[in-house]
Design a protein around this ligand. Structure first.
Ligand SMILES: Nc1ncnc2c1ncn2[C@@H]1O[C@H](COP(=O)(O)OP(=O)(O)OP(=O)(O)O)[C@@H](O)[C@H]1O
Length: 287
């Protein structure tokens, strides 16, 4: 599978929501990161064909590199705010979606059972949707998105409302799927994609400001992240002089993490950057 976006521009009246966006994706997990209003949802809506755009093109190619006419049989989508028929049971909802997605009758039951086990809802399959908790609804959303073995899976803030154990389960499900699927994972929760993303895309004010493989994404902030332990003296000076990425307690000591081209203090230790640092570097106004 290949998804190729070229020079995509989308305007809502005079507001430019996507500005000349070009991206090329193959199987793997693409973390789509950006602050509120960056254009993530607009990009997703453009890919799935929910909205039209003024300029550019979006094309999909199959494994034989042939351009595909329609995306619908191979698409899985979890919207930011999924909604369901509240009087359906979990099982009925999936049966309905599976039928709409054209799954063959003889495999539907088995496939529903598989996905319900994957998202840990098997024991709750007869519960009415109106009685589900927020996290359970989110898991049902994940189940309906993957039920047709999508080759392009788009998930918008998928872990909102999931408890830590379910987040880990979800990460594993997504990782497995990504072996032969393009997964676009839009989120603000950087830690959810840190472990599994193969590519990082940063969107800012409708522009792609970074599109890089995970292995090379840290080159821009390598050797620039410093930790200062037990900050007591010079605290104010350090805080005003350098952009602070993070401040936290470890036992009874305050640590701060800052970004600086040079060693900011004699007792500063250089540490390896993490995805959160990269996010803060680009979006925390620390440049
Ligand atoms: N239907 C619309 N009409 C007018 N402007 C819109 C519309 N939808 C989005 N926008 C604007 O387009 C820009 C991009 O919005 P979009 O929802 O794509 O951002 P986002 O990155 O998904 O944000 P969030 O993280 O808050 O969901 C924003 O400035 C938003 O106000």
């Amino acid at each position: 599978m290949k998804l190729v976006i070229e020079n995509l521009t989308k305007k809502y009246k005079n507001k430019v929501a996507l500005d000349n966006v070009s991206l090329s994706m193959e199987n793997g997990i693409y973390a789509l990161l950006g602050p509120n209003g960056a254009g993530k949802t607009t990009l997703i809506y453009s890919i799935i064909g929910l909205i039209t755009y003024q300029q550019g093109s979006i094309k999909y190619y199959d494994d034989q590199n042939m351009e595909m006419e329609s995306l619908y049989e191979i698409l899985g989508y979890l919207p930011q705010y999924p909604s369901f028929y509240k009087n359906f049971s979990v099982y009925e909802m999936l049966l309905y979606i599976a039928t709409l997605k054209g799954l063959k009758k003889n495999i539907i039951k088995e496939r529903i059972s598989e996905v319900l086990h994957e998202v840990n809802l098997w024991d709750d399959k007869n519960m009415k949707i109106k009685a589900l908790s927020g996290g359970m609804k989110q898991r049902l959303g994940i189940a309906q998105a993957i039920i047709n073995h999508p080759r392009i899976l788009i998930v918008d803030e998928p872990t909102a409302g999931l408890d830590p154990k379910e987040r880990i389960r979800f990460r594993d499900v997504i990782k497995n799927i990504s072996l032969n699927t393009i997964v676009i994972f839009a989120t603000h929760i950087v830690s959810d994609v840190e472990l599994i993303a193969t590519n990082i895309i940063l969107l800012k004010s409708g522009k792609v400001i970074l599109d890089e493989k995970r292995e090379t994404v840290f080159q821009y902030i390598e050797n620039k992240i410093w930790e200062i332990e037990d900050v007591k003296e010079n605290t104010d000076e350090l805080l005003t002089k350098y952009p602070v990425l993070e401040a936290y307690w470890i036992e009874d000591k305050v640590h701060i993490k800052i970004i600086s081209d040079e060693k900011p203090a004699a007792f500063a230790i250089q540490i390896k950057p993490r995805l959160e640092d990269l996010y803060m570097y680009y979006f925390g106004d620390v440049q």
